[in-house]
Design a protein around this ligand. Structure first.
Ligand code: NAD
Ligand code: AKB
Length: 318
């Protein structure tokens, strides 16, 4: 990666990945892009180039790639699971037609493409525990349908056209800089905000709901390490299971309580979110990522809670 275009760069991952890549690769070598600048992170908008790119408009992607001599597109523009269930047509258009446009531009202009998939690419018939790298994928959400189809489309562009496509199946990501964009795992971010702001949290998922999760610094490492990995060692390319921890609401509540003993939690189950969460794995087997490109996350639940609470307290006191 020498010149990178990030689509959806003002979202939860993009706002942090842009700053991390600008630090490592140079400010002008990382072009952030999004639908508009509105409500975007000031540090992203001020620290380097920004272009308006709607990925459903192929010419906007191509113009940005040509203008900046981009060699790698990191495609983070997407509609996530909860919003995708409310607006399935939008999720299809952005996640499928948008990805197709990104891949076409990459094919025509010789760039590499990194696109995250998700634990949502699995479904109720997938083995829920130690979910294997290669297994049944019959998701029951529009988001999941677009994610599994996106994995296949990226494989297709590698096999047929030689486009250097790569990606991971991210679990729920937890971070303090930018709020998540409307997913099922968002509760595991909101709980930290509520712990600090109100001392109590109403959890929308049942206490027995296990899902894989990861702290943002590990997610950024995953993107960079796979994007820079020796291609001759990669057998899977576009859909590596990666995880750092698996917990349920009671586990994250107990972890926060270690640092904030007065914290309280009750439950008010959201049936739509619960149905989505029930269809996803409890815990992933990420041994392929460990073997093929050295995946090795640093944060567990308690070290993440400690850092989240410290950083979020500073942010919310400003
Ligand atoms: P996000 O919702 O925070 O950000 C997505 C960004 O895409 C937003 O800024 C949105 O405005 C933008 N966008 C929407 N439509 C667009 C379009 N047509 N053109 C350009 N931009 C558009 O999402 P995120 O959490 O940063 O996720 C990035 C990627 O990682 C997605 O592919 C997502 O599926 C995947 N992922 C995220 C998580 C997570 O927990 N955050 C977990 C698994 C996978
Ligand atoms: C969501 O909940 O939709 C995302 C994801 C796991 O893909 N956080």
């Amino acid at each position: 990666m020498k010149k990178v275009l990030i689509t959806g760069a003002l979202g939860q991952i993009g706002s942090e990945l842009t700053m991390r890549l600008r630090k490592e690769y140079g400010e002008n070598n990382v072009i952030a892009s999004g639908l508009s600048k509105d409500n975007g992170s000031e540090e992203v908008l001020q620290s380097g180039p920004f272009e308006i790119v709607d990925i459903t408009k192929e010419h906007q992607i191509a113009d940005a790639v040509k203008k900046h001599n981009v060699d790698t597109i990191i495609n983070l523009a997407a509609i996530l699971s909860a919003v995708g269930e409310a607006k399935p047509g939008l999720a299809w258009n952005v996640n499928m037609n948008g990805l197709y446009n990104v891949l076409e531009v990459a094919r025509e202009l010789n760039s590499a493409v990194f696109t995250p998939s998700s634990i949502a690419a699995f479904g109720p018939s997938t083995p829920a525990k130690d979910t294997p790298q290669d297994t049944i994928q019959r998701p029951t959400t529009m988001y999941g349908v677009t994610k599994v189809a996106g994995e296949l489309l990226c494989d297709y562009y590698f096999e047929k056209y030689g486009v250097d496509t790569r990606g991971v199946r991210f679990p729920g990501l937890i971070s303090y800089k930018t709020l998540p964009g409307g997913g099922t795992t968002d509760y595991a971010v909101e709980i930290y905000y509520k712990a600090i702001q109100e001392g109590k949290f109403t959890c929308p998922l049942d206490k027995s709901t296990y899902m894989d999760m990861m702290y943002m610094p590990d997610a950024l490492d995953a993107i960079i390490n796979l994007a820079e990995a020796d291609p001759s060692k990669l057998k899977h390319r576009n859909a590596f299971n990666v995880t750092a921890m698996s917990f349920n609401p009671e586990d994250i509540f107990a972890s926060i309580k270690k640092f904030m003993p007065e914290f309280n939690m009750n439950y008010d189950i959201n049936p739509t979110l619960q149905k989505i969460a029930n269809s996803w794995p409890d815990s992933l087997d990420d041994s392929a990522a460990r073997e093929e490109w050295g995946w090795n996350p640093k944060y567990d639940l308690d070290s993440m809670s400690k850092d989240m609470l410290e950083k979020l307290k500073i942010k919310l006191s400003k």
